[in-house]
Design a protein around this ligand. Sequence first.
Ligand SMILES: CC(C)(COP(=O)(O)OP(=O)(O)OC[C@H]1O[C@@H](n2cnc3c(N)ncnc32)[C@H](O)[C@@H]1OP(=O)(O)O)[C@@H](O)C(=O)NCCC(=O)NCCS
Length: 388
Amino acid sequence: MTDIRVLTDEAQYRAHNTLFRRAMHWGPPSDEQWAVTLPSYEPGRTLAAFEGDEMVGTTQTFGSSMVVPGGAVVPHAAVSRVGVRADYTRRGVVSALMQEQLSTLTEPVATLRASEGRIYGRFGYGLAGRVRFLRIDARKAVIPGAPAGRVRMVDQDTAEKVLPELHTAVGLGRPGQISRWPGWWARAFDRKTEADNVVTVVHSGPDGDDGYVSYKVSEDKDFNHHMVVEDFAWANADAWRDLWIYLTRLDLVDTIEVDAALDDPLAWLFEDPRVVYTKDVYDQIWLRLVDVPRMLAARTYSGTGSVVIEVRDKLLPANDGRYRVSADGAERVDAPADITIPVDLLGAVYFGDTRFAGLAAAKRIEGARFDVADSLFAGPAPLCSTFF
Ligand SMILES: CC(C)(COP(=O)(O)OP(=O)(O)OC[C@H]1O[C@@H](n2cnc3c(N)ncnc32)[C@H](O)[C@@H]1OP(=O)(O)O)[C@@H](O)C(=O)NCCC(=O)NCCS
């Protein structure tokens, strides 16, 4: 019989972390790694599955907020460290953990990054956001014109003070972006095991600091230099452009790699748009609508007309019901449904990155008026720049 418990002390947290790491085929945390990991264990957010006295499965959440289409910010649970001991898999352990986690979450929405695409649909998570992995030919990347503001390099002590505040102010500019928790920053600034050779520059415009970028450059065996952009946030177009001018005018850099939203207009900054090459597109945000009426009401809708959507949610039946969606908002109704959709696929269409019409073509949903639904749900491509 699988017993799900909320963990409360450091020894249990470390056992939890070790179990998760082993499920991912990583070794247990070293003392140094554990010192920077411990702050990410927040009281009341860590679940473990037990068979008798043995811990056999793990999950936890980090508390944050998420931007939804239209710009509202809602409480959000970042679900992470899902793992089952290899000698206990396929016996329902993660199913028991997910059911308990979902039924006790206080946030109306949860997201996670999935190690495999087949795991989380059954728990109501849908693939809601993808990301483009870009490579830029820095030697040919020319941005005409002069910068509008000022870019200054900061040392790591300064970065540790400035970045969390600046991210809160400027990092939530797109649907899907989430606020960061103290334990996230502790790991980001872990100097002993990770943050070596990371450089941070901060941008200031007429109203003060309004953007930053952190990057790392390494040299390969042929003496080519490759930059990886680790973290990038901006409040306005001048900050975004100026920081790209800075990055592409750096000496001794051959290529730059960065994650960007599907509709990121980066290529249009350059004289030659082909200097930006999409290396890959991969799935990023798996989204679970925990409180469907609240989340449908939280976002705005574009277009004209209305649709009635019938939602089915096996794990959280309070979400079952019909919702009318129009440019005026969303509300529960007792009216015939145009579209019937399971909650994982409602998560997939929530940001507009997946289309109702596409799901219908793939025979994943039934009904009519898919084009009306797609125009209502359309919006900027989502992105989550905070890996967890
Ligand atoms: C993925 C993992 C957490 C699943 O845990 P589990 O306890 O074996 O899952 P359950 O027994 O509760 O499985 C529930 C269902 O999902 C299916 N399933 C679970 N993991 C799956 C996978 N990786 N691929 C395909 N199906 C999977 C099971 O077959 C089962 O289906 P059924 O109900 O139709 O029989 C576990 O295998 C694991 O720890 N994997 C390695 C680490 C990892 O990838 N973690 C996720 C990080 S995002």
